[in-house]
Ligand binder design. Structure first.
Ligand code: FAD
Ligand code: NAG
Ligand code: NAG
Ligand code: NAG
Ligand code: NAG
Ligand code: NAG
Ligand code: NAG
Ligand code: NAG
Ligand code: NAG
Length: 583
């Protein structure tokens, strides 16, 4: 137990505090597993252990490899490729480790050395729950930093950490539909609950799920993307959806998780057993309580849906923002009539001579078929936009026979990723919009400056998301009062220095988020999956009054803090890389 001796040494030199200098074992230290230890882990995971190199590795000297570098370059912006690669994340900035000036960007010069950054050193490409159990036990025993990577979409850097062992859940592709799902009850008890449900392996991604569900005529509450994973960060963080207005958050719809805990055990968590974990995994955030092997969620019919798209583009700033303001005044009315979805504001304020700014809104009406009545609902929106902007917006209404056909038409298979991005966000309440205060939001956004492609996205929720107030789960309670989840999307790039990247990040924390918070001071919160990666007081922002309970569950279920992710439950006790305790 060399790591124990090491921490004892730290204890003696730090003058008695047991936690102050406790760190995960580093590769340079004697506590690091020996070659024989790794071989032994490899055999317990049936040869599925690999040593990981960063995505851009073959593009840099002295290991430059023309053929391999070409493949990497061709797939730089492919989210499906990045999902499958242990050495890649979706957002390049989380592959690098600015504190140590380590990066391995595909875009930088061949002569720039490739450094490991936050990419894990080893990965278990898990195929079975036993492989996950073996990896968890190994990391706990050797005091190694553990990372769970599913697709790597996380915006806050939760699916990477330096000097870590990764569990890659990408291979868990099983999907099944049960007409009469019965949650597993503890021995000696019974339930009469039988419900139509879908069980999804940890690695199932959205587009492949929609394709499968479409073939079965069922639908679940899922996100709007090609390659985000359903059972990982999405559902554990809450999960907003086009189906949310009808059936609530994704986490509201979970019936059961199968999960590997910090002690290596494999358990079921549902309304009948391990109810504390069931509470925590429904909205308490991915990567903080265990490794989910599969999730079972409620199944619904593959509803018909009416999809509307409205947009305009202009080079004139005043009319552009007047249009944004006019649209926002219709959100509550549309929502009360079944409309949810999102809107995008893409202002061009990047140059002295203004370029084209674009506004677009997608409103979906689930379980509706009548395009004429939806057209009537939308008609005041169109005329107000026209009056406000002086231009006739483009507008389209399409009736899809099923949600799956809508998703498959909208999503091609890849999301555009491989960029460097940071977000600012805030959940904004229905009462804010109802009281006519949305003009303050418009003004606040108008006062920010936006670089090329930078944008604001408003995700409109409401409906059943609000009505599910009584569901007891780890989800941020602020969701129940939310009308719009406002996200400001900012970009950085590989040709910036780490200092320049940090300037973009700190602008978000110092300007963007404070502006959004000022709309409803002391109220609401933010969605932890799509938020500032340096969110101030993240515990309150992401979980509100649920935080103390989540923290308690975390302490009981993971006393050794094996599962620590950036801005996750319990992460305040660790440094930003999850390598050393700070309290
Ligand atoms: C293009 C795009 C579209 C999006 N659309 C939506 C949307 O419509 N609705 C919405 O709510 N969100 C959306 N998101 C946000 C998305 O929910 C988060 O990025 C989410 O964290 C992704 O989860 P993942 O498992 O795919 O990613 P990862 O980055 O692999 O994992 C995210 C977190 O979950 C943990 N985790 C992953 N798998 C497991 C597991 N099996 N057990 C335990 N922990 C695990 C990881 O450790 C990490 O902490 C979108 C994001 C992107 C990039
Ligand atoms: C694990 O074993 C497999 C199969 O024998 C081998 O291909 C792989 O290189 C091993 N992994 C490591 C890290 O040595
Ligand atoms: C996936 O399903 C197959 C067939 O039902 C089963 O044999 C296998 O164990 C499942 N895999 C996982 C990881 O659950
Ligand atoms: C969907 O619409 C059908 C037909 O109008 C109706 O019978 C059904 O109750 C609706 N479902 C929901 C969940 O509203
Ligand atoms: C048209 O817009 C102007 C301001 O741009 C506003 O004063 C007026 O009330 C609007 N008219 C209608 C019919 O909405
Ligand atoms: C604007 O809407 C029209 C009609 O629906 C559509 O054809 C076009 O692609 C949209 N433009 C943008 C930028 O979304
Ligand atoms: C995603 O894009 C890559 C190229 O960037 C391509 O090879 C791959 O086939 C695409 N995948 C899907 C599912 O469309
Ligand atoms: C609307 O704004 C006014 C002025 O800032 C404020 O007093 C009021 O509380 C706000 N109402 C809501 C519901 O946010
Ligand atoms: C920070 O924000 C200010 C004000 O919006 C802007 O002028 C400046 O360019 C931003 N800096 C960076 C590095 O993004």
């Amino acid at each position: 137990m060399r790591h124990w001796l090491l921490s004892l040494g730290a204890l003696l030199t730090s003058g008695g505090s047991t936690t102050a200098a406790f760190c995960r074992c580093q590769p340079s230290q004697p506590c690091w597993p020996s070659e024989a230890n790794w071989v032994s882990l490899n055999s317990s995971v049936e040869g599925n252990l690999i040593a990981v190199k960063p995505f851009g590795y073959p593009c840099h000297d002295p290991n430059f490899n023309d053929a391999e570098c070409t493949i990497v370059k061709e797939n730089t912006y492919s989210s499906s490729y990045r999902s499958s690669q242990p050495g890649a994340l979706q957002w390049e900035n989380w592959e690098s480790w600015p504190e140590e000036e380590e990066q391995c960007y595909v875009e930088t010069d061949q002569s720039t050395p490739c450094k490991q950054g936050r990419i894990s050193l080893f990965s278990v490409i898990a195929q079975t729950a036993e492989h996950i159990q073996a990896a968890v036990k190994f990391a706990a025993h050797h005091n190694i930093k553990l990372v769970i990577k599913n697709t790597g979409h996380d915006f806050l850097g939760r699916s990477s950490a330096p000097h870590s062992l990764q569990i890659l859940t990408h291979g868990f592709k099983n999907i099944s539909v049960a007409d009469e799902f019965v949650p597993r009850t503890p021995a000696g008890t019974a339930t009469s609950e039988k419900i139509k449900a879908v069980t999804l392996g940890a690695g199932v991604q959205l587009r492949e799920m929609y394709a499968y569900l479409g073939s079965k005529g069922v639908m679940v509450v899922g996100g709007a993307s090609n390659t985000v994973g359903v059972a990982g960060g999405y559902v554990q963080g809450g999960g907003h959806s086009y189906l949310g207005w009808m059936h609530g958050m994704a986490s509201d719809n979970v019936l059961e998780f199968q999960v590997v805990l910090a002690d290596g055990s494999l358990v079921f968590a549902n309304a009948y057993q391990n109810t504390d974990l069931f509470f925590a995994l429904r909205g308490g955030g991915g990567g903080s309580f265990g490794v989910v092997v599969s999730v079972t969620v409620k199944a619904y019919p593959d509803y018909p849906v009416v999809y509307t798209m409205t947009n305009y583009s202009t080079t004139a700033a005043e009319p552009f923002w007047n249009g944004v303001d006019a649209f926002q005044k219709h959100i509550v009315r549309l929502n009360d009539n079944g409309g949810s979805g999102w809107y995008g504001i893409i202002p061009d304020s990047s140059s002295a001579t203004p370029g084209v700014s674009t506004f677009l809104a997608v409103q979906v009406f689930v379980n509706q078929t009548n395009t004429k009545s939806i057209g009537e609902l939308m008609s005041p929106v169109i005329s107000d936009l026209k009056n406000a902007t002086g231009i006739a917006p483009l507008h389209g209404i399409v009736a899809f026979p099923s949600m799956s056909s809508m998703y498959l038409a909208l999503f091609s298979g890849n999301d555009t990723t491989g960029l460097q991005t940071r977000l600012a966000s805030r959940l904004v309440s229905r009462s804010f919009f109802e009281s006519g205060n949305s003009t303050q939001l418009t003004k606040g956004l108008k006062g920010l400056s936006f670089g090329p492609e930078e944008a604001v996205v408003g995700v409109v929720t409401g409906g059943q998301v609000s009505r599910n107030r009584d569901i007891k789960s780890g989800l941020n309670p602020a969701w129940r009062d939310t009308m719009v989840h406002v996200i400001i999307v900012r970009f950085m790039s590989a040709d910036m220095t780490f200092e320049e990247q940090e300037a973009v990040a700190s602008n978000i924390t110092e300007h963007d988020v404070p502006m959004l918070r000022s709309l409803e001071p002391g109220k609401m919160g933010a969605y932890g999956n799509e938020a500032d990666a340096d969110e101030v007081n993240f515990q309150e922002s992401f979980w509100g009054e649920n935080y103390p309970r989540l923290r308690g569950i975390k302490k009981r279920r993971d006393p050794g803090d094996l599962f620590i992710v950036r801005k996750g439950v319990g992460s305040e006790s660790w440094d930003d890389s999850g390598l050393c305790r700070v309290s």
